[in-house]
Structures are given as structure tokens and as C-alpha cells.
Design a protein around this ligand. Structure first.
Ligand code: CTP
Ligand code: MG
Length: 229
């Protein structure tokens, strides 16, 4: 496959506070990683899927990935992650096979991401030849606040968006950006842009929200309703 999808799942999930790393916490009976990989494997283009897992959970991640992939398990790679998300992405990139020319980086914590979003981002990377990220408009009013808790003003939100994953890039350009990155960036698009890359947005999906806190996990459970498998 010429598409590579790096699914980062090596975080501990401190804010969720589960007994296991977040990707292995059950969401209506199915691990978060497994739910995320269902979306990935339902996407249309054949892909090499690289799962980045905590060192302690590499085997568990492989079992989950093979269960989701079924017959397509030849295209799965599982590697151990690092101490930051950026280090985990770097570990995933290092495991891509030679023929991959387009890379998507995706958070396992966005467990309910529809496959249509993965397709949309992959297509847009190929059309634009540049970075592509899913975005949704900011709907809350945004304030700038001083250290004294006093509101200094209202930020014009008309050109603000909040962004999601998967984030897609031409492989060579993303690798070059990672090779020269020294600072920590909040997402791959910021790292890519810091090294001169152009990034544009496509429409995101409400279901691609990130499970960060216990509240988010309940939200995901509610979205799934009675669906326990
Ligand atoms: N991630 C990773 N390696 C890390 C840190 C994060 O692969 N060292 C992954 C997480 O597994 C997750 C995604 O990056 O799928 C987004 O990170 P986040 O939601 O912050 O997850 P955690 O870091 O696990 O959560 P927390 O920050 O609450 O500990
Ligand atoms: Mg984190």
C-alpha cells in the first residue's frame, strides 16, 4: 500500500484515570484502540497500519489489531511508543514501509472517528500535495483572560477552528519535518508548518472527538447507545 496510517495509542491516559492505558480501556465492552481501528480498517484505500502502543502493551495491541484486520493482517505493524506523543509518532513513522508515500497520523483516543473522515483526509493530501487536517468551527464564545482572572476581551472566532485527527501529509515532507524537529509541538500540523509545510483544512466530524476525561468516555458511551460489541 502507498498509504500509511500511524495510530498513536501509547499514552497513559492520566486524565481519564483508568486502570489501564487509555487505548485499552473498554468503551461499551470494546477497547478504545479496537473501536478506533474499526474506523481505520473500514476506510476505502488499502493501507499499512502502524499501531504505536505502550511498551507494556505491544502484544495486546497486536492481538487487537489482528482481530480488527481479519484477513488484511499483513499490513499491520505494532511498535512501542515514546514518552511524548511526538516521540510516539516518530516511532510510528520509522516503521513505515518503503512504498508508502502518504501518511495519516491518527489518535486512538478518537475512538469513534468515521472512516469517511479518514478517506476525506487521504484524498485531500493527494489532491493538494500538502498537509491536511480536519477542522470544525469554534462554537463557544472565546475570551482572552489576564493572569488576574480579568477578561481582557472577546476573540473574533469567525476564523477560528478546532482541529482533529487524522492529520495527513506527504510522507517525505513529514519525515523531513520530524527529522529536523527539536521543539515539542501540540500537533503534527504545527510541527509540519514550523518546518515550512503548507497545511489546509477539510471538514471535521463531531464523532471524531477525543476521549480525554471520564466525561468524554461517557459521551462516547452515549453515542454508541446500547451497542456493546
Ligand atoms: N500518545 C502516544 N504517546 C504518548 C502520549 C500520547 O501515543 N507518549 C497518544 C495517546 O495514546 C492518544 C493520543 O496520543 O491516542 C492523544 O493523546 P492524549 O489524548 O493526551 O492521550 P494520553 O496522553 O494517553 O492522555 P493524558 O494526556 O491524559 O495522559
Ligand atoms: Mg497526553
Amino acid at each position: 500500500p502507498t498509504l500509511g496510517i500511524v495510530v498513536v495509542a501509547a499514552g497513559s491516559g492520566a486524565r481519564l484515570g483508568g486502570a489501564e492505558p487509555k487505548a485499552f480501556v473498554a468503551l461499551r465492552g470494546v477497547p478504545i484502540l479496537e473501536r478506533a481501528l474499526r474506523g481505520v480498517f473500514d476506510s476505502v484505500e488499502p493501507a499499512q497500519v502502524v499501531v504505536v502502543a505502550p511498551e507494556s502493551h505491544v502484544k495486546a495491541a497486536r492481538t487487537i489489531a489482528e482481530r480488527v484486520a481479519g484477513g488484511a493482517s499483513g499490513a499491520i505493524t505494532v511498535v512501542a511508543g515514546g514518552s511524548t506523543r511526538q516521540a510516539s509518532v516518530a516511532a510510528g513513522l520509522a516503521a513505515l514501509s518503503a512504498e508508502v508515500d502518504t501518511v495519516l497520523v491518527h489518535d486512538a483516543a478518537r475512538a469513534l472517528t468515521p472512516s469517511a473522515l479518514i478517506d476525506r483526509v487521504a484524498r485531500a493530501v493527494r489532491t493538494t500535495g500538502a498537509g491536511v487536517i480536519p477542522a470544525l468551527p469554534v462554537t463557544d464564545t472565546v475570551k482572552r483572560v489576564g493572569p488576574d482572572a480579568v477578561v481582557q476581551g472577546t476573540v473574533d472566532r469567525s476564523d477560528l477552528v478546532h482541529v482533529q485527527t487524522p492529520q495527513g501529509f506527504p510522507r517525505a515532507d513529514l519525515e523531513a519535518a520530524y527529522a529536523s524537529a527539536t521543539d515539542e509541538h501540540t500537533d503534527d500540523a504545527a510541527l509540519f508548518a514550523a518546518h515550512g509545510g503548507r497545511v489546509s483544512v477539510v471538514e471535521g466530524e463531531a464523532r471524531a472527538f477525543k476521549i480525554t476525561t471520564a466525561w468524554d468516555l461517557r459521551r462516547a458511551e452515549n453515542v454508541l447507545g446500547a451497542q456493546t460489541a
